[in-house]
Design a protein. Sequence first.
Lengths: 596, 346
Amino acid sequence: MRKDLVFGMAGSGGDGIVSAGESLLQAASMEGYHGVMTKSFGSQIRGGESSCRVRIATDPILNPGGNLDVAVALNWEDFLKFGAELPVAGTTVVIYEAATGIPENQIPLVGVTPLQVFAVPIAQMAKDTAGTERAKNTVVLGLIAGWFGIGAEAVMKGISKRLLKKSQELVDANQKAFDAGMAFAKEHPLKADMTIEVSKTKGAVKLMTDGNDMCAAAAIFAGCQFFGGYPITPSTEVMQFFTDHVWKYGGSVLQAEDEIAGIGAAVGASFAGKKAMTATSGPGLSLKTEMMGLASIAELPLVIVDVQRGGPSTGLPTKTEQSDLFAAAFSAHGDVIRPVLAPTSVADTFRTTVEAFNIAEQYQTPVIILSDQEISQRKETLDPIDTSKFKLVDRLRPTPADLQGYKRFKQTENHISPISHPGMAGGAYLAAGIEHNETGAPTNSGSVHQRMNDKRIKKLNPLKERRDLFEVTGNPDAPLALVAWGSIAGVCREALIMAKEQGLDVKLLVPYLLYPVAEQTYLDFFASVQKGLIVEQNHLAQTFKVLRMHLDLPAGVKSLARSGANPFLPGEIVAALQNLLAELQRSHEGRLQPQE
Amino acid sequence: MTTAAPSAPATNRLGLTKQDYVGSKSTLCPGCGHDAITAQIIAAAWEMGLEGSKVTKLSGIGCSSKSPAYFLNQSWGFNSVHGRAAAIATGTALANKTLKNILVSGDGDSMSIGMGQLVHLIRRNVPVVYILEDNGVYGLTKGQFSATADVGSTLKHGDVNEIPPIDPCSLAIELGCGFVARSFSGNPKQLNAILKAAMAHTGCAIIDVISPCVTFNNHDSSTKSYKNAKDHDYPVHDLGFVQYNEVEEVEIRAGDAREVAFPDGSVVSFRAVKDDYDPTNKLAAMQAIHASKAKQEFLTGILYLDPQAPTIHHFCPTVDEPLATLPQARTQPGPEALERIMQGLM
Ligand SMILES: Cc1ncc(C[n+]2csc(CCOP(=O)(O)OP(=O)(O)O)c2C)c(N)n1
Ligand code: SF4
Ligand SMILES: [Mg+2]
């Protein structure tokens, strides 16, 4: 019996591999399992190769998993195009289309001997039972249900849910294809039992959703009433979800002519007194830079979502990377600090988004949410969100007393000034990109500029005290450490568990607040640390460098950084930790040598 | 049974076969209008005998903007950023007068994000064959409305567009463009003639080609579907194009066709289909476009033509030789030049 299974499937566009993955995840969710699904496509718009990974487990899942337990190749050419995204190992059961004509001992996987290999006449079985090769994906699901025991009924329900929209005949035909897959599995048993244990929470209803939808849902919950943006992969679904729902609550959406206009309209809506947002990806973030500066100096609350993809420029538009940290933190002219937050999973995208609106409103500043393609587009099963835990913040509005001789940019103890909006009697002021005094009147004065910069930067200091924007797990006194954010945090959480099983004494710091850098939080974390790794998915080691700008890292803390698309595997992080430990032991031994 | 000996493939005036003008295999959806346009770009370039090494293929981002990879493998491609190919083209043209620049863009790329660049490209009359592959949606980002979507057109899942569209042709005429045409990817013969004439034009040629997106915008309630385009395509004339080197041989029947000559001597002839349409009369062209729009038709053909309009090389005087091959002695004037500047500052 297993507690955890990772499936990886690939085929060409028309094979329905991704819908098969969705049905499988749906079934897992109905059976109360935890599940995560990621998809990956080739560069063709339609057709071309497509793949998905589905991980199903009895315990909560921290990331999409490492090596595959089960690999399904409808043809090898397409499967191999995904390379390290679908890693096969000695523990993998490989299932492939027999019509490829390749013998089981000659499958084109170099340097690995899988646990077991099955050539299955998938297309033939689909034709014989459902009368069409299009039911190939259903045969695959039958095989999976037969061999790995994810409730057959639930899987078939997942399939029906998708096909009923078309016709009942189609459902019946697919039932036959499914049964044929199940029967094949029964006739060809696995060497070792790989069925998954029954879920402890069988019957509990779970949501099945992705990061972009969660982000838009959280924005609506937070009271955001305006979205201005321009479509760009992989962020477009934030706009779509928002469009589908926000009108019910009086809000509106502008699909603008470009990203500059999109954020411009959001700045305008915020000026008019409403919570507003925009969402984009790398190239769009670059275009929005000037407007973000305007929002900073005009002290207007605004949330900007950047769903990172491989860059620069068009880069790898459908693959994940963490290479926009520098851009999020620093792409600005002038002296300015913008808070940058990052969710680590679909589930905490909700919380992080609500937090971003709260910070934007509290401090009257643009806030960037750095999501990434993986979190934004992977589907996860999760428990319904308990909204009673959240407190919503609105901007400080002027009292009647404030409106007597109103000063929009009044210097106050906490550097935050009451903000009026058009229509509020007595609250009129000039919002501007030019430097201004407390009333908002334009100025050229160096000393006013000095004071205003001071106000705009110091008002954010309390953010650095927010320990709740950091997660520390593991032994607080551990000598070994990991730091990771975004989707890589999930990989490190799993690495931490594996490392503990191997007897390593490690702890993990996951920042949800990336910028400004909360120096003291890091210093406290590193106090016990002799060796450690800052793990991130970009070539320049951007996080490592940003941290070093702000604090002295212990000498033994190194960077583990590499470009996007290919996932980090928990195992390789544990191996890196093992090396660090070995170094540590050598240096201790060195120190124990008698000194002559 | 005997099989006919394979005849040698036809060649153009450079001795090249059509195969010499193809690109790599398209990755667009099977049936996409953009691929039909690509086929005519290949045909026109071959028939014109364009010299591949002197052609640039510029584009922005979108399904349409991927097309330059699918034609003229021997030429210089630049798949730039979303909406900005016009700016790249302007710089390229200024640095090298001898190039034939082909720019492929989409309705999203041109009429939304790239509008600022496009209008100034036209205004400056930069020598470029600007092919706007117009499907009314953003194909690459999965089918949102673009700024050319007609009022009343719907998306697959039912959303209706209520915002009036921008018409690239009226806009181009208004901005003084000397070559404004519209065609349909499903009318290869007309498109071919327009492309060849545009390649002979020395200034900016704007060609709005209705090019259905089979995946996101080809349903019955879309005004940019194949069916709707076929039903409402209204060619204003039959076009003939004769390249300068063939003018002597081809006799154009006098009397029943209007002719306009390009500076190199090539000639385009217009044979009226129904009413006589004068493509050299700007106001009449505008009027006809507006009148047809009210009838939900779209006029196709060369809607406006003025081959003599001065180009950017007139406004920003440029040297005839490409800057890249000017000898260094001329591009780096040396210490004496700096000396003279210093003296001016004394
Ligand atoms: C700055 C920027 N914003 C957004 C995008 C995403 N994007 C790529 S293509 C495209 C629209 C394409 O539409 P169109 O030009 O009509 O081309 P089509 O795909 O319809 O041929 C968008 C919004 C991008 N690449 N860069
Ligand atoms: S999505 Fe539409 S525009 Fe893009 S390649 Fe497919 S059919 Fe063509
Ligand atoms: Mg388009």
